[in-house]
Design a protein around this ligand. Structure first.
Ligand code: RM4
Ligand code: MN
Ligand code: MN
Length: 409
């Protein structure tokens, strides 16, 4: 470290010691934070107006793993990569698994795709046509089989099913079909596998969506059993929704399975994490870390087993730097949340000290954690500034030889 950062860290350490913060624990937690990146975040994606094709985009799933390996090497935080089927369909999944391992990665969640086949225009597992419903369930089962082959323990489900017009579909019948499909899939899981049920309030359906909010995911998961949990995608709520409250509720019920982190200003924007509302991310981590201290072991275990994932689609961003920035932004907000003085907060809450309690949270949020992040990276032998290290590595220039128009959606 430079003399400047050594001095900055010494000062930081002293300040945190005065606040009663256990920095050894903070560093251990920061080091342990692993965030899965999505294979699709390395490919070209876009809006409904245009998909801009970029130079150097991966041409196949293997090259997506090459790019993800760079992100992991520079951040030390992204060992697992989520795959989306059929975007990452290969003839030999053992080979894909071995390849991932050969570049220092493992395969994370398997995401079925029930929205791009022409048959699914009017729904997949909720389609009025029984043979289309069957086809959709077969795809879900195929994905469970792929999980076995690649050693994945999370089936991550998002259903695009919905309607555009009142009366277009029978809502209760669709609800039952959906649950039947989930049940059949659930029965196919091995005991070490989790089913994560994601929700989104609209899009592509503009009138109703079959799994529209956390309550619907929660209820479906509750009926299925302990291996089913809710996945919170931070971009999937109506504007103004208190996402951290949902997080705390699901933690208390032992049903928070994972996150899809991304940022949004308006709808499902899938932008770089923390670019729009870093305070929300900090408050989500506050809820999680508070649950780590819960007296109920079930709540603690739920908090410790959350699958953190990024779900970003890059329309205009260079993909690898966008991923690195997201990881750094997550680490920054996590570090700030680790500096919350929980004992002080509890005391303020118990004394009904409104401003005092809010001040405890804001104080942690306003701390500059740069010296801490630099120190942790240095101790782990990682570049102190992963973005700069990437830009100076020449990797982007090297992959330019892949040309334009690599594989995307
Ligand atoms: C959806 C949802 C899913 C993701 C797809 C690509 O909006 O967030 O998690 O797999 O997009
Ligand atoms: Mn998502
Ligand atoms: Mn989404």
């Amino acid at each position: 470290m430079s003399q400047w950062s050594d001095r900055a860290y010494a000062l930081f350490e002293e300040q945190q010691r005065d606040r009663g913060i256990d920095l050894a624990w903070v560093k251990e937690k920061l080091t342990g934070l692993q965030i899965e990146t999505p294979s699709w975040g390395y490919g070209d994606s876009g809006t409904r107006f245009k998909v801009f094709q970029k130079v150097g985009v991966p041409r196949n799933p293997y090259e997506k793993f090459d790019d993800a390996a760079v992100v992991h090497r520079l951040t030390g935080a992204c060992e697992a990569v989520a795959i989306h089927i059929p975007w990452d369909k290969v003839s030999d999944y053992q080979k894909l698994k071995s390849y991932a391992e050969s570049v220092g990665l493992k395969i994370g969640a398997v995401n079925p795709n029930l929205f791009q086949d022409d048959d699914y225009m009017l729904g997949s597992v909720t389609n009025a046509n029984p043979s289309i419903r069957r086809k959709a369930v077969e795809h879900l089962l195929e994905c469970v089989d792929i999980m076995r082959q690649v050693g994945s323990n999370a089936l991550s489900l998002w259903f695009a099913d919905g309607t555009n017009y009142p009366g277009q579909g029978h809502l209760r019948r669709r609800k039952r079909w959906l649950q039947e499909a989930l049940e059949e899939t659930y029965r196919a899981l091995s005991p070490d596998m989790k089913m994560l049920i994601e929700y989104k309030f609209f899009e592509p359906g503009f009138y109703h969506t079959d799994v529209a909010d956390w309550g619907m995911s929660f209820q479906a998961a509750q009926k299925l059993g302990p291996q089913a949990e809710v996945l919170v995608d931070t971009g999937h709520h109506a504007l103004g929704t208190n996402v951290e409250h949902i997080v705390s509720y699901l933690l208390d019920e032992g049903k928070l399975g994972g996150f899809h982190f991304n940022s949004r200003k308006y709808a499902d924007d899938d932008l770089i994490v923390g670019s729009s509302n870093p305070y929300e991310l900090f408050l989500i981590f506050y809820q999680i870390l508070d649950a780590h201290l819960d007296e109920d072991v079930k709540v603690r275990e739920t908090a410790e087993n959350i699958a953190y994932m990024i779900d970003q689609s890059h329309a205009i961003e260079p993909k690898i730097p966008a991923m690195i920035r997201s990881i750094c932004n997550i680490q920054t907000q996590y570090a700030k949340a680790l500096l919350i003085n929980h004992a002080e907060l509890k005391e303020k809450q118990e004394n009904n000290d409104v401003l005092g309690a809010e001040n405890v949270l804001r104080t942690a949020f306003e701390i500059d954690v740069t010296p801490l992040l630099l120190a942790v990276r240095e101790e782990r032998g990682l570049p102190p500034d992963p973005m700069r290290a990437f830009l100076e590595s020449g990797y982007q220039e090297r992959i330019a030889q892949r040309g334009v128009g690599g594989s995307s959606w």
